[in-house]
Structure formats: C-alpha cells, structure tokens
Design a protein around this ligand. Structure first.
Ligand code: TYM
Length: 346
C-alpha cells in the first residue's frame, strides 16, 4: 500500500504552473489510486514564513489555497488536506533530521545558491545580506524532507524545480537510517509531472512563479476569461514569422505551443501539433487565441467551484480541523519509531 505526499506553499490562488506541474497530477493520482493508498497534500505554511510577507495575509492565503485544492477536485474524504503547522511532528522530525543532515549538501542546493548569488557583489555581513539570508532558507530542504518522511511517503508528485529537494530527502533517509541502525524511514520516489516547467508569459526563460513582480507573467486559476485572454495575447514571443517548436531558440512561442499541447483533446505533442495545425500561414495571434480559449475552458469550472468553496467559511474551518487530525495520526506512527530509534522521550 503506497503513500502519496506532496506540498504547496500558501501564496494565495495557485497559478497555471502549479496547476499543470502539480495540482492536476495530484487530482489524477487521487482519482486513480488503489483503495489502500494513502494520500496527503499539505499547505506548507512553515515553509512560507521563510520569506517576509505583509501582516494578515498568511491566513487569507492559506484559506484561498485550501479552497483552490477543493476546487481542482481534491476530495477531503479521500485525500488528507492539511496545514503543515497544525502537525507539530513535521517540525520535530525536521530538528531530528538536521542532526544527521550534511551542510555540504545543503550548500549545493540551487535554490539556496540562487539566493546567495543574488548577493554576489554584497558582503555576507552587509545589512542587505543579513536581511535576506536567513537560516530558515538554508534549512528549508530539511523541513521539506521531514514533511515527506514523517508520513513515510512512497511517491511524491512535483514539478521539475523540486527534483533536487527530493534527492536530498532520500539522502536524509540514508543518513538517518545508517546513523541509528534502523530502517524506519522510507526513501520516497519522485513522480515528475508530465508538464515539467510552465514558463513565465513575460520572461519565457524563467518559470512561471508566484514571486514575479509582474502579475501579467502568470495566469491564476481564478482569472476571468477576459484576464486570461489579455495575458496570453500580451505574452512575450520573438520577431520571427510563423510558429515553430524550439524551446531553446524560441522559448516564448514554444511555451505557448506547449500550453496548446497540454490542453489538446487529441493529446498531441508540441511537435505533432505544429506539424498538423500551425504550419505556414498560421499567425501567432491564432496560436494565442487558441491557447487563451483552451486555458479558459479548463479553468472556468474551477473558478466557479473556487468561489463557491471560499464562500463556505464554516465548511473550510471544519475540513481544516479534520485534515489536521488525520495528518497528526498519520505522522504519529512514524514519530514513535523515530523517537525509539533516537532514544528520545521517556
Ligand atoms: P511550490 O509551492 O513552489 O510549488 C508547488 C508545486 O508546483 C510546481 N510548480 C511548477 N511546475 C511547473 N511549472 C512551474 N512554473 C511551476 N511552479 C511551481 C512545483 O514543482 C511544486 O510541485 N518546496 C515546495 C513545497 C513543499 C513540498 C514539500 C513539495 C514543501 N514540502 C514536500 C513536495 C513534498 C514548493 O515550494 O513548491
């Protein structure tokens, strides 16, 4: 019997990259899982506090994310949906793992290195560096490993950008089990979504991201048909004529072709789609219109359900409590073995 676990940061309504790279996959796995497979999906508020945010927003963002997960089709009677901070075992295991985790490995993490390199020309003791380089960002992958290992997850569906963190989680298992001569932690398998990276509509060499200051770079699951159309029509492409699929040479156009392919009813690859439908004489505008329509057709029912769920405050309150209760029970089984192995507790 498998255990599927994944997590998402509560930064409000998810974007199309989250949806295609993760959430859609979560729903599919839920809907096709064997009856004895356990599924857990966490809204990781402890990870979210590694970055500063205006006061009052975290609660709102968590609720919005919870409503969004329901809206995309996660079913709380099948999947355990919960706020990470309501299950203290996640932080407890993080500390325990940090005592066998290698700082050398953490130093090589690309997300951490990209934070460091932003500061390349700034001394590490400068005020700017002190304000951005927090220990929580450095140990972020240990908490992520704890999220997964505390439920003894066997499969973790994520987008490409999380692959390295998953390798680190497996390393944590090896270090812990070896140090304590136990096999109580289980090495999880990464399930990469077929959609690896959805790129920004404004700078197509970067992934679509919640932290981009330009809101037109991403499509939110709640965007109206009008907003979707505007963003897609304004998507940055290039000055070449016609449509071709060449992610290196023509990243903007290729991102749009990929989007058209993800939503293609016939399931054709980008190459097949260009060959069959976007030959000579078809304008970029036609491609953009098609992408906008396809995205809207997918998102319209989701944004309706989202609005319905968000209006049902009491339902969400109840589901939040129930999810946390089930997740605590799931984690406790592992923690008993871990405390025993480490000789913690009475
Ligand atoms: P987060 O919140 O940044 O993203 C959630 C999921 O969305 C995927 N994703 C994308 N996929 C394709 N294209 C994009 N442009 C794009 N942007 C985001 C991510 O790969 C991810 O699957 N550290 C994690 C959260 C986390 C977690 C975990 C995940 C915490 N604990 C345990 C798995 C298991 C994160 O920040 O994801």
């Amino acid at each position: 019997p498998g255990v599927i676990f994944s997590g998402i940061q509560p930064t409000g309504v998810p974007h199309l990259g989250n949806y295609l790279g993760a959430l859609q996959q979560w729903r599919r796995m839920q809907d096709s899982a064997a009856a004895d497979t356990k599924l857990l999906f966490s809204i990781v508020d402890l990870h979210a506090i590694t970055m500063p945010r205006p006061r009052g927003l975290l609660r709102q963002w968590k609720r919005e994310m919870f409503a969004a997960l329901l809206a995309i089709g996660l079913d709380p009677s099948r999947s355990i949906i919960f706020y990470q901070s309501m299950v203290p075992a996640h932080s407890e295991l993080q500390w325990i793992l940090s005592c066998t985790a290698s700082t050398g490995y953490l130093n090589r993490m690309t997300q951490w290195k990209s934070k460091l390199s932003l500061k390349d020309n700034v001394s590490l003791s400068s005020n700017e560096a002190k304000q951005t380089l927090k220990h929580g960002l450095f140990s972020y992958p240990i908490l992520q490993a704890a999220d997964i290992l505390v439920h003894r997850a066997t499969h973790v569906p994520v987008g490409e950008d999380q692959r390295q963190h998953l390798e680190f989680a497996r390393e944590c298992v090896t270090n812990f089990n070896h140090t304590y001569g136990t096999s109580c932690l289980v090495a999880p398998e990464t399930i990469l979504s077929p959609v690896k990276r959805v790129m920004s509509l404004r700078s197509p060499l970067q992934k679509m991201s919640k932290s981009d200051a330009d809101a037109t770079s991403r499509i939110l699951l709640t965007d109206s048909a009008h907003a979707i159309k505007n963003k897609v029509l304004k998507a940055v492409t290039d000055s070449q004529d016609g449509i071709s699929y060449d992610p290196v040479g023509r990243p903007g156009v290729s991102n749009l072709v990929e989007l058209a392919s993800y939503f293609d009813a016939a399931g054709r690859t980008p190459e097949q789609l260009v060959e069959a439908e976007f030959g000579a004489g078809v304008s970029l505008k036609a491609l953009k219109n098609r992408v906008a329509e396809a995205v809207d057709a997918e998102l319209a029912p989701i944004r309706e359900r989202y609005a319905e769920y968000l209006a049902k405050g009491e339902l969400i309150d109840r589901l939040v409590e129930e999810g946390a209760e089930k997740a605590r029970e799931s984690a406790e089984g592992t923690m008993r073995l871990v405390r025993e192995a480490v000789e913690l507790g009475a």
